[in-house]
Design a protein around this ligand. Structure first.
Ligand code: TXA
Ligand code: MG
Length: 343
């Protein structure tokens, strides 16, 4: 299969619609990361998404809808606070999880009695959603466990020959995936941190919880995605809290003849370059670091055998999302599952 990369035009949107109507998948830009989209009502399309990504078959998908789409037909219950969250943050990088059963393909929510819905702000995503007129399930458009894509080229690198069309909407500005927020209880609970923070949500509805899975106690996990190794570059990654340890390790690895580089905040860069160690500069503010993260992890796997991550010192706000991704990219832990991810 030839994979086309097309700018978003009347013609490419019409082609995307034809592909979606024929149970195919199309990569689309959003303000967070690129998504791999298929019709949420179409069992075959949803199955294809899991197959093409190699996604574990217990990790549910987010349904993306146009700003004018009436979500009441997709959900069983709409808690009053969810309305305030929609008014405050949508369209935007916030996914809300509602009670819902049997409204879309059974494969979407992987047996959970909920549905995650997102209204992306990206103009290209909105144009596509309006054109197709159906909810589109779209996981991040990367091979399962690889770094998420923030450009059409990233998507092409993972899926060349495997999908027919990538709609190119430019580089994603947000850079990390949407905040996933559970709206099935008395108050909102964050399942995956992102660009809309816990503080942002609490400011609007008074309070906001944070979910930590308790797998040791055998509890059923609310958001299976939190368990998997994710966002990982295809090079060794080592993480350090202290710059002196990072420098010593970089020098040791370099002496072994391996290509080594460091990922760090802007104000730490000079410490490494002074030692002749190449640096990938994350930036200075939390939003800059979110926006740069995945592009740099993809650059790291091309340039280096080993990436040394100096943990950023900022930890609040959007940094929670950045640190969550960094921790998963650098962790060797994974929950075992079938390699093919096909149900
Ligand atoms: O920004 C984003 O959210 C991107 C763009 C493409 O929109 N999409 C994305 O999708 O990150 P994905 O599939 O890579 O991540 C979806 C996350 C997973 O952690 C999954 O477990 C969780 O959302 N999720 C999906 N449906 C859920 C549900 N019904 N209940 C709880 N968690 C859910
Ligand atoms: Mg993903």
């Amino acid at each position: 299969m030839q994979t086309k990369i097309e700018p978003i035009t009347k013609e490419s949107l019409a082609l995307a619609k034809t592909i979606i109507e024929n149970s195919g998948v199309v990569a689309i830009p959003t303000e967070t990361v690129y998504g791999l989209g298929g019709n949420a009502f179409d069992d075959k399309a949803v199955k294809t998404i899991f197959e093409v990504k190699g996604r574990p078959n217990d990790n549910p998908l987010i349904a993306h809808v146009h700003t004018d789409y009436d979500i009441s037909a997709l959900i069983d219950y709409d808690p009053p606070y969810a309305k305030f969250l929609r008014e405050a943050f949508l369209p935007g990088p916030l996914t809300l999880v509602y009670p819902s059963t049997d409204k879309v393909s059974a494969r979407v929510s992987c047996g959970l009695k909920t549905l995650a819905i997102r209204v992306p702000a990206h103009a290209g995503a909105q144009a596509f959603l309006k054109e197709v007129g159906v909810p589109i399930v779209a996981p991040s458009a990367n091979l399962s466990r690889h770094v998420s894509p923030t450009s059409a080229k990233h998507v092409f690198d993972d899926f060349n020959g495997k999908i027919p069309l990538i709609l190119d909407g430019g580089d994603c500005t947000g850079g990390i995936e949407s905040t996933v927020c559970d709206c099935t209880g008395e108050y909102p609970v964050i399942l995956r941190p992102g660009l809309i923070t816990k503080e942002d949500i609490a400011r609007v509805v008074g309070c906001c919880g944070e979910y930590t899975p308790n797998v040791e106690k055998g509890e059923k996990v609310k958001s299976p995605g939190v368990l998997y190794k994710h966002y990982a570059p295809r090079c060794e990654t080592l993480s350090f809290l202290k710059a002196s340890d990072a420098i010593a390790t970089a020098q040791k690895i370099s002496a072994q003849g391996k290509r080594v580089g460091v990922l760090c905040e802007a104000d730490k860069e000079a410490m490494f370059t002074a030692q002749g160690i190449p640096v990938l500069n994350l930036g200075s503010t939390d939003k800059e670091m979110a926006s740069n993260l995945y592009g740099l992890l993809r650059e790291a796997e091309i340039r280096f055998d080993t990436l040394i991550v100096l943990q950023p010192t900022k930890t609040d706000g959007v940094m929670q999302g950045v640190l969550n991704r960094l921790q998963k990219a650098c962790s060797s832990k994974d929950v075992p599952h079938g390699e093919d991810g096909i149900r």
